[in-house]
Design a protein around this ligand. Structure first.
Ligand SMILES: Nc1ncnc2c1ncn2[C@@H]1O[C@H](COP(=O)(O)OP(=O)(O)OP(=O)(O)O)[C@@H](O)[C@H]1O
Ligand SMILES: [Mg+2]
Length: 388
């Protein structure tokens, strides 16, 4: 970030040798008094061809609970298209950028084909934080699966790539904290669908004050937008207590949605219920089983991700992907209660051809034994009758 002179309150860039009150704070104050924060957004809104730092805004490509996303062009030191996300009013810009800077080194170490890189961060002239990311030309994973009417197998293939991306990030010490369909876009690479996880590092930078107070709940619901993907521990007061297993929970919600069409708890119902009930549901209520839709392994795998007690979830995204591999290869999955019958049936399914051959062989053998016994019997009875 390179701002010569900044407002100590909101972080807005100020003209050099500026004295007196910050105009951005004054405007915000006036609009807040009149309850017109939406108007504030309009007054301060960016438009195409505006410059933000060294990025030229081209076209608005998305709008989330937290801000607006633009397709933009970077001219120096390299010319490239980027996605630029400008955070809405209401966040402490300095804190947001400070938290991002703290994680920047770790973010730079992430290098995975299924992760969109976060390239830069800064503050707009009106003092709002912005993030610059790799531009992904794709649609969100749930939409992609539905548009292309993907079968379960293909959905699992995409999901397992997401697991690999998350595993990579975790190994580099980065937790996403906000995994959900709108943060996983599917693009095409040589005609092959390829999921890309976006917004790595952003939830941590922008989510410092989540749910610390009932009064921020409305703002929280608006900002985060998707409590459906929030793990039980993320609804707590202590945001420091979040670890990689919160991402495993969110992966479970995503898998649930990819397989059934809906997350286990709908965001709208959670938000409407109010903060206490939302917390209770996420922390205590068992998610509806998938059993009528996908039986056995997949149900168990999803439920293991959604365990309220995080020590009972998969310890890593790799372990989760591994269990899906087992399922696809008809091997026993670790999420199942391993009864003898379950293992035998998996063995039988895995070696179907071999078992069919053995069965035919045993059958032939048995028939042969019966025939030869019968023939032996009739020969003996022939000899016997001749002797008599
Ligand atoms: N790096 C990117 N490349 C391409 N499109 C993007 C990128 N980042 C975001 N978008 C688009 O912008 C939309 C809004 O993104 P944004 O992250 O602001 O909101 P969200 O993920 O829906 O919700 P939240 O604000 O809770 O993160 C996305 O759904 C996506 O379509
Ligand atoms: Mg997002």
């Amino acid at each position: 970030m390179s701002i010569a002179s900044q407002c100590p309150e909101c972080g807005a860039a100020l003209p050099e040798n500026f004295s007196g009150g910050c105009p951005v704070c004054a405007l915000r104050g006036a609009l807040a008094l009149s309850g017109a924060s939406a108007e504030a957004e309009v007054v301060m809104a960016e438009k195409p061809m505006d410059w933000i730092g060294r990025y030229k805004l081209l076209q608005k490509i998305g709008e989330g609970g937290m801000g607006t996303v633009w397709m933009a062009e970077q001219e120096e030191p390299i010319r490239r298209g980027v996605a630029l996300k400008i955070i809405k009013l209401g966040m402490d810009t300095k804190q947001v950028i400070g938290r991002f800077e703290a994680e920047r080194q770790a973010l730079a170490l992430m290098d995975h084909p299924n992760i969109a890189k976060v390239l830069d961060a800064g503050a707009t002239e009106t003092g709002r934080p912005y993030f610059v990311m790799e531009l992904v030309r794709g649609v969100k994973i749930t939409e992609y699966c539905d548009q292309h009417q993907l079968a379960t197998r293909q959905r699992l293939d995409l999901f397992m790539q997401v697991c690999q991306a998350v595993q990579h990030a975790h190994q580099k010490g980065i937790i996403h904290r906000d995994l959900k369909p709108s943060n996983i876009l599917v693009t095409h690479n040589g005609g092959v669908p390829m999921p890309k996880v976006i917004d790595f590092g952003i939830a941590k930078a922008t989510g410092g004050q989540i749910l610390t107070d009932k009064t921020v709940f409305t703002a929280f619901a608006q900002l985060i937008g998707t409590p459906a993907y929030m793990s039980p521990e993320q609804t707590g007061m202590n945001t420091l207590d979040v670890d990689t297993r919160s991402d495993i929970y969110a992966l479970g919600v995503l898998l649930y949605e990819l397989l059934t069409g809906n997350p286990p708890f709908e965001t709208k119902a959670l938000v409407q219920a109010g903060v206490d009930e939302m917390r209770r549901v996420i922390r205590e209520q068992e998610p509806p089983k998938l059993v009528n839709l996908v039986r056995g392994d997949l149900d168990w795998i999803v439920m293991k991700c959604l365990e309220k007690d995080r020590t009972r979830r998969y310890a890593t995204a790799n372990a989760l992907a591994g269990d899906l591999e087992h399922h696809l290869h008809h091997e026993p999955v670790s999420a199942a209660a391993p009864g003898a019958w379950y293992r035998v049936s998996k063995f039988a399914r895995r070696h179907r051809a071999g078992i069919a051959l053995v069965t035919i062989f045993v059958h032939l053998l048995a028939t042969g034994v019966v025939i030869s016994t019968w023939q032996g019997g009739s020969t003996q009875s022939g000899i016997w009758s001749r002797l008599h």
